[in-house]
Design a protein around this ligand. Sequence first.
Ligand code: BTN
Length: 317
Amino acid sequence: MKEHILNILKQADGYVSGEDMSRRLNISRSAVWKHISRLRDEGYNISSVTNKGYRLNESDIISESEIKSYLNTLFIGKKIIYTEETDSTNNDAKRNSALPEGTVFTSEIQTGGKGRRGKVWTSPKGVGAWFSILLKPDITPEIVSRITLIAGLAVCRGIGTDSMIKYPNDTVIGTKKVSGILTELSAETDAVNYVICGIGINVNTESFDDELKNRATSLYIETGKKHDRCKIIARVLNEFEKLYIEFLNNGLKNIIQEYKNNCVTLNNNVSVVYNNLTIQGKCVDITDKGTIIINDGHKDIEINSGEVSVRGIYGYV
Ligand code: BTN
């Protein structure tokens, strides 16, 4: 119900009376007031004036209600666990792995954000979309890395803005990275217990430190305007669910062409670090097993996304 109240307030041009909302939603005025208090507890700045009602003032916060107000999914994000601060939303998902499939964990700030291959993912307060999706697919562990590819495509679809995928799942705009994904797995020999797909998107970051500024960017830097982080999270979740259902039913075969169309790595010269070896060559294909085919000038080499770091020969992309 509070999502409906939030929507009414967002669409209103000024104040909306408690009476109006109670009539439209068929609830009592005191119920309206209770939901307004909950929204305020979540961080929304809502003014109230006697005889006029309530007005939503500009607020840039991550909130469960607002993400849900943009969702059109069946099970992804039906449950959202929000914390003001966490070490890592992937760790939150791990600690709560008994919750249902599709539960999403998100936070304003991560104090121990984790990147791929043990790197740190810088996750400052109030500017990013840091979230993790808990999944329980009935698949074998070897093919879990394919979920990472569809998450990359979901981010690309969700943020638009000329974004492209750098294999396997970074999202780049031009030559700089705007989003990264860390997929973590708990499995037995032949069965998956759960998969955590952790997505970080630099949304409203105004600048990066010297170490990152040559290879990182944000939607704000690229477009010159601030973006609604809840809307971005919801759009990615909406796209992710469609792709995930398709993947569970048919694998990557109906998805891979769109992935390839949006992949900057394909047909480029790359340097791939794989099993402590560096292979240089041209990326000639990405298969519907989610593997990358590199031609080193002599032969085609097929490599799984799980363990690779792919770099353009002339820079990050
Ligand atoms: C990478 O490109 O190295 C992966 C970055 C993944 C960052 C996200 S932010 C949400 C989730 N929580 C984490 O600690 N990491 C992932």
